[in-house]
Design a protein around this ligand. Structure first.
Ligand SMILES: *Cc1c(COP(=O)(O)O)cnc(C)c1O
Length: 374
């Protein structure tokens, strides 16, 4: 180890020395790599196709508003919630961080997560010196009884619905039981990053009944704006006020607010909804196709823009696609997900390519043209 590393490791918070940063899809495969231009990106649940947005960037010499008015108006119209119940953040990831920051004391308090689940809850807690209690999903649903036993031991619970990487919605009855059980003891965060693919399943309406509920949303998935870094926290105004104390002073860059506001006009929302409906159809068709493949052992139900599936040999499938510059996500290191891969629903063209490559390499019995198998 170099002198420099030794010094910095000895000065840093000890738990950070061994900590692994979040292995985001983009850290695993950078989009700026030479070869990346031709890649088909089906590993980060982004939307296919880039939108056309205008940026004026006037007044760029001035700091932006803390919460840009147009942006908040747009999201307020979209959710039908008052602005006092919304906080715009740098992606839903910042919402996760702020909830932990506002409600958990370092080296004392714990969050609760239900693996297999989204990685940033744990990373954010670790980065802030907060403990993590794991209550694994059972058949992709909550183990409500085991969660309830953690009353008094955890300050924030993270429930992901639709779940990433599992894809399914959590039963509303279970979420209600958890909210009820912890109503005087802990904040229950329902991460709805993918809710636009199943809009009637949002828990947003429960905000009136449960003071401990926080709902997380993002423009990164259905709205197709992952590069923008814009998300929203939905909660009662007391929680929003608390989170506002720990957020950066100018969290939303002016060009970000400009573009996001365009995406949140009535037209923009209509376009997003049409694209989400089309992605849902492609997803269902791909699920059916996967279920028919001999090498595919299981297809998980999905209410989101991706599918988790179990293979007899996940490396073979992953590498066949990788060799053709198609990137999907290996989820096999998550508990309960041995041999599982996750594929994002890209464009029809991209998905046809995936099916063609896998059929050509793996169809040993019949050489039926791919299009007739869908
Ligand atoms: C993608 C994702 C997020 C983070 O989204 P950003 O707004 O891009 O930070 C949060 N939660 C889940 C479950 C996700 O899949």
């Amino acid at each position: 180890m170099s002198q420099q590393n030794k010094l910095i490791n000895s000065l840093a918070r000890p738990e950070l020395v061994e900590m692994m940063p979040y292995q985001s899809a983009r850290r695993l495969f950078a989009s700026s790599e030479q070869s990346a231009a031709n890649n088909v990106w089906l590993n980060a649940n982004e939307a296919p196709g880039d939108g056309a947005y205008q940026v004026q960037a006037s007044n760029i010499n001035r700091y932006p508003d803390f919460q840009p008015e147009n942006l908040l108006n747009g999201y307020s119209q979209y959710t039908k919630l008052p602005k006092s119940q919304l906080l715009a953040t740098r992606g839903a990831d910042e919402g996760i961080e702020l909830v932990i920051k506002a409600f958990c004391r370092a080296y004392q308090d714990n969050i609760l997560i239900c693996p297999p689940t989204y990685g940033m809850y744990g990373i954010s807690a670790q980065a802030q010196g907060v403990g993590i209690v794991e209550v694994p999903l059972v058949n992709n649903q909550l183990n409500v009884k085991a969660i309830a036993e953690q009353k008094g031991n955890v300050k924030v619970l993270f429930l992901c619905s639709p779940g990433n990487p599992t894809g399914n919605l959590l039963p509303k009855a279970q979420i209600l039981q958890v909210l009820e059980r912890f109503k005087n003891d802990a904040i229950v965060v329902v991460d709805e990053a993918y809710i636009e693919f199943s809009p009637t399943s949002s828990m947003q309406d429960l905000l009136d009944s449960y003071d401990n509920l926080v709902v997380l949303r993002t423009l990164s998935k259905a709205f197709g704006l992952a590069g923008l870094r814009c998300g929203f926290t939905l909660a009662n105004s007391a929680i929003i006020t608390m989170l506002s104390k720990v957020i950066a002073p100018y969290p939303i860059a002016a060009p970000v607010a400009e573009i996001a506001s365009q995406a949140l006009t009535q037209d923009g929302v209509k376009q997003m909804q049409a694209q989400a409906a089309s992605i849902n159809r492609s997803r269902d068709a791909l699920s059916q196709w996967l279920a028919q493949q001999a090498w595919c052992k299981r297809v998980f139900d999905s209410s989101a823009n991706f599918i988790l599936f179990e293979c007899s040999d996940k490396d073979e499938i992953f590498n066949l696609l990788k060799a053709q510059n198609i990137l999907i996500r290996d989820q096999s290191k998550q508990p309960q997900l041995e041999n599982c891969l996750r594929i994002s629903i890209g464009s029809e063209q991209e998905l046809t390519l995936v099916k063609t490559i896998l059929s050509q390499a793996l169809d040993t019995n019949t050489q039926v043209p791919v299009s007739t198998k869908v």
